[in-house]
Design a protein. Structure first.
Ligand code: SF4
Lengths: 416, 624
């Protein structure tokens, strides 16, 4: 399972904003305000209160040892390069300069993918990355695989066409919260419904980064951004709950600042046959810095993040806390007082849709942690499998198509 | 019934028949079955279905009327007919809607049972046209279709509703008799269609025969007509609708190229017929994908093209609007794609079931940025086959999206089509980049890199390297590409170069265009230039004018962008150029723009095709 002990260092030496963490330290498990009315975060996380300027205007944003470098400085927690098929991480790095803002969580995701792929044993030429628009959209350019940087929100449709027509390919979709959940919402849910065998990585940073800082469909209500100077009045999506609602066959969540967990989740997403949806909490240090720090930083992570482990009881905070069922409601309990023990906690079963519904919906509840890990998985035939089985079956029954016969089908007459 | 005297049979050259009734009356089916009978009798033919946007509008109202018009003849038939010789009106509303299409002196068979007070009210008629003298100029035959059919089926167990469903077969039988056509094709069809439901089959067969025999026994029918076989080129024929022909053209392209056909589609009138047709042909490896929306339909096709398949989608104007951004991506990524636009009256939802040529400008110019692509348009239902094939060939040869502009008139209209021999279709070879070559790679050993934007000298097409090909890994996307490397580039000069290269590539499609055929008087004064589904009406008008000794010629453009290379020279030879279009003047503007010729428009924007007569009149007016 995941390494919950991420070091305090953040990518590229970005300094953590002090304010929200101090607040969270002071009251780690309690959210300052409930979902329906207020913001879900402590008042004024730095990224939210004043929309930040462009890269460079922010103090900690020093370039990762020279922008020309192919290798951005990585957060700790990375294992070595993989070895399957003799490929290494380097084989998956394209010759393009990575142009994300220094300190952006995207670097860690890119690096994790590049470290994972050599382990998977998939021939490099069979791997395709397809993205939409947004900061995440640049991802394929940095991968030395086949790739397509498509248009806003539509990546799943290109991927669906590609994967259905070429089932042997290993197709990854890279998207963001605006891309997938706003402009591309329709394609997202239908790719899930159809269960196309894709891996979808959703970089959720709760902001529109590339357009310089408007609130996104995952931004919390009340968020102050360039387009919501008086606070956003939109209710946010919980992408995991949305995916469950759309009948995705694999739903998981991870975070950019826990590369080990992220890699494990990517591997499991890849192993799954069918549409795998992996939400990655990704820090946009320019426009929404610290959006997920309560889950990702060591001071608060144990209390706020619950790492799911199939077949194990739901405990967190180093085993000091757990989740039990009170009727049909999840309740956080203190396991240190002797009143409750791990035996009282819900044993997680990632194939149980009811449990997934309860856990996947953990989002706003003030006294409950946020779940990470595989929230749900099920086996269901994939779209491309059904498509080709049908084609094969019909071809077997009717015989391989004969063009001349097809042209002559129906009533014909001949002029001599 | 008293036995009538033996009927005379008059030979005639051609006839136009129109079946009209409630959309639930089965008029399309009746028309189709009559069409098959004329086809089997070796007449040349053209048909025009005309159905309402509502699926089942309230019975008896004018807005629920569905019509099917058929023109068949012993000579070449180019249009579904300007004026109707026989109207079969199943109710008062059908008569009201279609009377204006019947020629003076034409015959009207009216279902006398559907001219009661209530029927007249529903049709918003103040008085009964059967009795008020409104039809004095016509040969009206009243037939109590409903009651005869009920009587004929009185000893069956069918409900009245079921019995009434058969009355179109009575009308069909009667019309077949009138035109001396055989019943067998319709009988055969009934046997197949209702093989599992013998009661319905027998009822329909019985009523069909009753209709046929009714003509013989009723005095009202003093004459029947006979249209002799048309002198058509030797070969095997079938009646084909444009939508079918498009689908077959796509399948043929797939078979001949060896590419799998991937068809992404979202239901829309009148393009859905292509999806219906293609989804039957899965044993050709055809993948049909019914997408969640128009954007996903085209996106999936582009994704499939990226994967080395033949990516195709079809829609109508509103769908094209939604697909526009993706088509732009296909322009930028230089991937093959065929987009069929079954044009309909617009803007917005417009007239979903009515043809219009309003999307020409949209096809050529309707994208952001400089995004040229080839635009083709078939001229007849049968021509849809060749044009679809050609669109696929150009798309893959030039690595570009291609638009094909058809419309509902072509899509649901049918004609007698000489079936081509697959071996005689133009060659369709596709060359994928399968391995690194010196031309497409740069760098030294360890750092060799594939160049996805190195172009073919002749076509300027970039290589098509599909995922799965070792060593040719590359990325494409919507950001401007650097010449040759395909890397993202914001470089000012590179952008200009790429815009020009993309434009030049499309211009080179001119290489594919055969010499333009000029019909009629090639040294004449007036040239009629048309495109798309108006071909039949225009050519008939030209023929009539030429037969009348007028100095008129015509040409029909299949290639709207780029234009044929010889078009300018041809236009130069004529004093006057007439451009008939079912829009407010689009081709006419393109011609003026490109050739600086003072072209004269003839526009009709009524959701109806031209009649040859309308074009003839304009020709006469221009010749003075
Ligand atoms: S997500 Fe934020 S930090 Fe990352 S590249 Fe985009 S704007 Fe910069």
């Amino acid at each position: 399972m995941a390494d919950n002990e991420t070091k305090n260092d953040t990518p590229n030496g970005t300094k953590k904003p002090a304010l929200p963490l101090q607040q969270l330290d002071a009251d780690a498990t309690k959210k300052p305000s409930g979902p329906p009315s207020g913001t879900k975060k402590p008042d004024g996380p730095p990224g939210a209160k004043k929309p930040a300027g462009p890269p460079g205007s922010k103090k900690p944003a020093g370039p990762p040892s020279g922008t020309k470098s192919k290798k951005p400085t990585m957060p700790p927690g990375f294992s070595g390069d993989g070895g399957g098929d003799g490929l290494t991480r380097k084989d998956f790095q394209s010759d393009q300069d990575v142009r994300w803002c220094p300190g952006c969580g995207d670097y860690a995701i890119l690096s994790t993918v590049q470290r994972l792929l050599p382990d998977l044993g998939v021939p490099k030429e069979d791997i395709v990355f397809i993205s939409g628009i947004g900061c995440s959209g640049r991802f394929p350019y940095y991968m030395d695989t086949y790739g397509m940087h498509s248009i806003h929100g539509r990546a799943p449709s290109f991927a669906t066409g590609l994967k259905s027509s070429r089932p042997e390919l290993d197709v990854w979709v890279v998207t963001g919260d605006g891309d997938a959940l706003s402009i591309g919402g329709n394609h997202l849910i239908h790719a899930m419904r159809r269960n196309v065998d894709l891996q979808m990585l959703l970089f959720n940073n709760e902001i529109y980064g590339l357009t310089k800082g408007q609130y996104s469909p995952t931004s919390e209500r009340g968020k102050i951004t360039k387009s919501s100077p008086y606070g956003s009045i939109d209710a946010p999506f919980n992408p995991v709950a949305l995916a469950l609602g759309a009948d995705a066959t694999f739903v998981a969540r991870t975070m950019d600042r826990d590369p080990k967990h992220m890699k494990a989740m990517m591997r499991r997403a890849h192993d799954h046959r069918g549409m795998s949806f992996l939400e990655i909490y990704q820090n946009c240090n320019i426009f929404n810095d610290g959006a997920f720090f309560e889950f990702t930083e060591k001071e608060t992570k144990p209390e706020r993040a619950l790492f799911l482990d199939d077949g194990k009881p739901l405990t967190y905070a180093g085993g000091d806390r757990g989740l039990r069922l009170d009727g049909l409601t999840l309740q956080a309990v203190d396991l240190t007082t002797g009143r409750w023990s791990a035996d009282d906690c819900v044993v997680y079963d990632e194939t149980n849709p009811e449990l997934a519904g309860l856990i996947g919906r953990l989002f706003w509840q003030e006294d409950l942690p946020r779940p990470f890990g595989v929230i749900y998985r099920e086996e269901r035939p994939t779209y491309e499998e059904l498509l080709h089985t049908q084609i094969d079956g019909i071809t077997e029954r009717k015989g391989e198509g004969d063009l001349d016969a097809l042209l002559h089908a129906g009533d014909t007459w001949t002029i001599q | 019934m008293a036995s009538a005297p033996p009927t005379e049979t008059h030979p005639i050259q051609d006839a136009t028949v129109l079946f009209a009734g409630d959309s639930g009356d089965g008029m399309q089916l009746t028309g189709l079955k009559f069409t098959m009978a004329t086809a089997q009798a070796q007449n040349d033919l053209a048909t025009l279905p005309d159905y309402p946007a509502e699926i089942r509008a309230p019975a008896g109202t004018t807005y629920g009327i569905s019509g099917y018009q058929l023109h068949f003849g012993s000579e070449e038939v180019r249009t579904p007919g300007d004026a109707v010789d026989l109207l079969v009106a199943m109710n008062a509303a059908a008569l009201k809607v279609h009377l204006r299409r019947v020629r003076k002196g034409g015959t009207i068979i009216a279902n006398a049972d559907s001219f009661e007070k209530r029927d007249l009210e529903l049709a918003e008629l103040d008085s009964n046209p059967l009795t008020d003298g409104a039809l004095d100029d016509y040969n009206v035959i009243e037939v109590p279709l409903t009651s005869i059919t009920r009587d004929a089926l009185s000893d069956t167990d069918l409900s009245t509703k079921q019995k009434d469903r058969s009355k179109n077969m009575f009308a069909l039988g009667l019309t077949l008799w009138m035109y001396s056509k055989p019943m067998e094709p319709a009988m055969k069809w009934l046997d197949q269609k209702f093989a599992e439901r013998p009661a319905i089959r027998d009822a329909n067969r019985h009523v069909l025969k009753k209709g046929y025999h009714y003509g013989e026994t009723v005095e009202a029918f003093a004459v029947r007509y006979d249209v002799k076989p048309a002198p058509m080129d030797t070969g095997t024929y079938r009646a084909i609708r444009g939508a079918e022909a498009l689908a077959l053209g796509l399948v043929a392209a797939s078979v001949k190229s060896g590419l799998s056909l991937f068809y992404g589609s979202y239901p829309i009138t009148p393009a859905s017929d292509i999806l219906h047709e293609l989804s039957k042909h899965k044993n050709f490896g055809v993948m049909t994908f019914q997408a969640e929306d128009e954007i996903a339909a085209v996106g999936s096709a582009v994704g499939a093209s990226f994967g080395g398949n033949l990516g195709v989608c079809a829609t109508s104007g509103p769908g094209i609007a939604l697909k526009t951004e993706t088509i732009g991506l296909a322009v930028m990524t230089e991937l093959p794609l065929v987009v069929i636009d079954m044009q309909r009256g617009g803007p917005s939802t417009g007239l979903p079931t009515k043809p219009e040529q309003g999307d020409l400008m949209q096809a050529i110019y309707g994208r952001n940025g400089e995004a040229p692509l080839p635009v083709l348009a078939p001229g007849s239902p049968g021509d849809c086959f060749e044009t679809a094939y050609e669109a696929c060939r150009i798309a893959t040869k030039y690595m570009t999206p291609v638009m094909l502009l058809a419309d509902g008139y072509l899509g649901s209209g049918a004609e007698a089509w000489r079936i081509p021999d697959p071996d005689t279709l133009p060659p369709f070879d596709v060359n994928f980049a399968t391995k690194p070559t010196d031309r497409t790679m740069v760098g030294t050993n360890g750092d060799r890199k594939f160049l996805p934007y190195v172009r073919n000298d002749d076509t300027l097409a970039r290589p098509w390297a599909k995922p799965g090909t070792p060593e040719l890994e590359h990325r494409i996307g919507g950001l401007e590409k650097e010449d040759r490397t395909g890397d993202v580039s914001y470089h000012p000069e590179n952008h200009e170069r790429m815009v020009k290269l993309r434009a030049e590539k499309i211009q080179r499609v001119q290489q594919e265009i055969p010499p333009t055929e000029v019909l009629g008087d090639a040294d004449g004064e007036l040239l009629v230039v048309g495109w798309g589904s108006t071909q039949g009406a225009i050519e008939e008008a030209i023929e009539r004018a030429v037969d009348g000794g007028k100095p008129v010629a015509g040409l029909h453009l299949r290639h709207l962008f780029p234009f044929p290379p010889d078009l300018g020279d041809i236009l130069d030879r004529f004093e006057t150029i007439l451009v008939p279009e079912l829009n407010n003047g689009q081709l006419v503007r393109l011609l003026r723009d490109e050739f600086l010729q003072p072209c004269v428009p003839l526009n009709k924007i009524q959701g109806q095709p031209f009649t040859a007569k309308e074009i003839e009149q304009k020709i006469d007016a221009l010749l003075g």
